[in-house]
Write a protein that binds this ligand. Structure first.
Ligand code: 5AD
Ligand code: SF4
Length: 439
């Protein structure tokens, strides 16, 4: 009897990667593989990797080194995703027991690559360097998230911000037709999901190849799919952020009142060096559109501190922008030099300790902003979608439409299931979460 084909898959990085993994899992199952929960049980071990910052990338190589001995036991390894695309065949030198290296633009060839692996080949690559293939869509997608259905609407990136690897790891921008997006949204609703998240590195750069719908119109159309109660989208680029997106959020209640709009820096000079192609004023105009919306739109952002040449004054500009926008959530990172990127040759004169200092100053300030923002919800009633349980605290964990974490007590003897909705009265606030009780 042939031994059973099993695989273990671990995912690093962003939601695009998480969703790619759902497609990879579905594809492997179609090839007769069963997913297992640990490396020990698996014949094939796959890492879907991220290379956005140095640390993310190092994690993968550390992990691979740990598992040398498993190769001797006959297990096989594959590196997928952004590190795979970026490092290519160099991975075979760094980690000789890896048999398969594939970037996301080549996943449609996975069945063929897996067959070669089974036939005993050892250096199999899927490294489409044009990366202009259609987006990787598969009817086999094995949805792993119990409450949120992901849909990729656009892949890749043509923006070439000077610090960023994504244009090199995920290739050129290519959108799916609005009809295929809507068909998938209906399938997701049929599966019982009520929340959809539209994904793209620059989700709002979406351009319907059929020319039927703009991004804002697509958002509205997904929000009107019967059964769908919440629609999110990430990540938006300020360059392509148009006013009709705000109008759509105002007009369609199922579109969540939350926008993630990475600013990266509050300094006009640094933004120019980053090739972001907007100024702080231009960014703040988009923020003003959202602040003047009828609904209260929650804002979040990404910030890089210590970009090459960032002066103390530049950093103060970023701090000023934080004070002006009053975000509900900020993801802040120390600049990390990345292979292939234009910023690599800029003089990275800022010492690591100074970057760390700026990061801490920023996070401390932001914490106070959030403490005040979150406390304004005390006394409100809001709808919370259940995501899981926090047994240690005897609480249900969920999320508001604004994407705020809400932990609440629930009087019912049986805890509500993930994906269900509860009306919650907010009784307490922390800088990153709200607490309350179901009513
Ligand atoms: N160094 C630090 N942070 C980075 N990001 C992207 N590239 C880098 C880099 N080289 C951050 C940006 C982006 C988020 C996903 O990661 O803020 O919006
Ligand atoms: Fe990481 Fe960027 Fe790749 Fe996502 S697209 S996995 S964030 S490198």
């Amino acid at each position: 009897m042939a031994t059973e084909k099993t695989f273990y898959l671990e995912t690093f990085g962003c939601q695009m990667n998480a969703h790619d993994s759902e497609k990879v899992i579905g594809t492997l199952r179609q090839q007769g593989y069963r997913q297992v929960e640990s490396e020990e049980e698996a014949g094939l071990i796959l890492y879907n990797t991220c290379s956005i910052r140095d640390k993310a990338e190092q994690k993968v190589f550390h992990r691979l080194n740990d598992y040398k001995k498993l190769y001797k036991e006959g297990k096989r390894f594959g590196v997928l995703g952004c590190v795979a695309q970026q490092e290519g065949e160099k991975i075979f030198e760094k980690a000789p027991f890896v048999s398969l290296v594939s970037g996301s633009a080549s996943y449609r060839k996975l069945p063929e690559m897996i067959a070669r692996l089974e036939a005993g080949e050892s250096r199999i690559t899927g490294l489409d360097d044009r990366q202009t293939d259609e987006t990787f869509e598969t009817e086999f997608t094995a949805r792993q998230n119990p409450y949120r259905g992901y849909i990729t609407i656009i892949e890749g990136c043509d923006k070439f911000c000077s610090y960023c690897v994504v244009p090199y790891t995920r290739g050129k921008e290519r959108s799916r037709t609005s009809s295929s997006v809507l068909a998938e949204a209906r399938r997701i609703a049929d599966l019982g999901y009520t929340e959809i998240q539209l994904l793209g590195q620059n989700v709002n750069s979406y351009r319907d190849p059929e020319g039927k719908l703009s991004f804002a119109e697509l958002l509205a159309a997904v929000g009107q799919v019967p059964g769908i109660r919440r629609v999110r989208f990430t990540t938006s680029h300020p360059r392509d952020f148009t006013r009709d997106i705000v109008d759509a959020i105002d007009a369609v209640p199922t579109l969540c009142d939350h926008v993630h709009l990475p600013v990266q820096s509050g300094s006009a000079r640094v933004l120019k060096q980053m090739a972001r192609e907007y100024t702080p004023d231009w960014y703040l105009e988009r923020i003003a559109w959202m602040r003047s919306a009828r609904r209260s739109i929650s804002l979040s952002t990404d910030i890089i501190v210590g970009f090459p040449g960032e002066t103390e004054d530049d950093f103060i500009d970023t701090m000023d922008l934080l004070a002006r926008v009053q975000y509900d959530c900020v993801f802040a990172f120390k600049y990390s030099a990345r292979p292939n990127t234009p910023a690599l040759v800029m003089i990275d004169a800022i010492p690591e300790s100074e970057k760390a200092h700026r990061l801490q100053v920023l996070l401390d300030r932001q914490r106070e902003i959030q403490r005040s923002n979150y406390s304004r919800h005390i006394g409100e009633e809001m709808e919370v979608m259940v995501e899981g349980l926090n047994p240690a605290r005897g609480q249900v964990a969920g999320r508001s439409s604004q994407n705020k974490a809400v932990n609440f007590t629930c009087g019912q003897p049986i805890a509500p299931a993930p994906g269900s909705y509860c009306q919650v009265r907010i009784t307490g606030a922390y800088p990153n979460s709200l607490t309350g009780e179901s009513i």
